[in-house]
Design a binder for this molecule. Structure first.
Ligand SMILES: [Zn+2]
Length: 97
């Protein structure tokens, strides 16, 4: 919890921070830093330091996420699980509606 929420500041801000952390709690690690990086890229966004305080994610980690986002995630291979392994061969197309 950030210092602003702790001091019982603006309830709508506290709720916003809660929602951010709720979403983060359901994301895997790389997605967490990409999401926070995206928050950082938002026009008029919070500072890295504030976002780090709100989310509990290291500033270093946020900056890493930012880097990855700004290079179109080219350094991060897409999840290959979808393409790998013994999925069914692309069977004849049956369009059932
Ligand atoms: Zn907060």
């Amino acid at each position: 919890m950030c210092s602003l929420c702790q001091s019982g500041g603006d309830a709508s801000v506290a709720n916003y921070h809660h929602q951010i952390n709720l979403l983060l709690s359901r994301l895997a690690e790389p997605q967490r830093r990409w999401y926070v990086a995206t928050l950082l890229l938002q026009p008029g966004s919070l500072s890295e330091r504030r976002l780090s305080e709100i989310t509990g994610i290291d500033e270093k980690t946020i900056r890493r996420g930012l880097n990855e986002m700004q290079t179109d995630l080219s350094s991060v291979p897409e999840d290959r699980q979808r393409h790998e392994g013994g999925g069914r061969p692309p069977a004849e197309k049956k369009t059932v509606r």
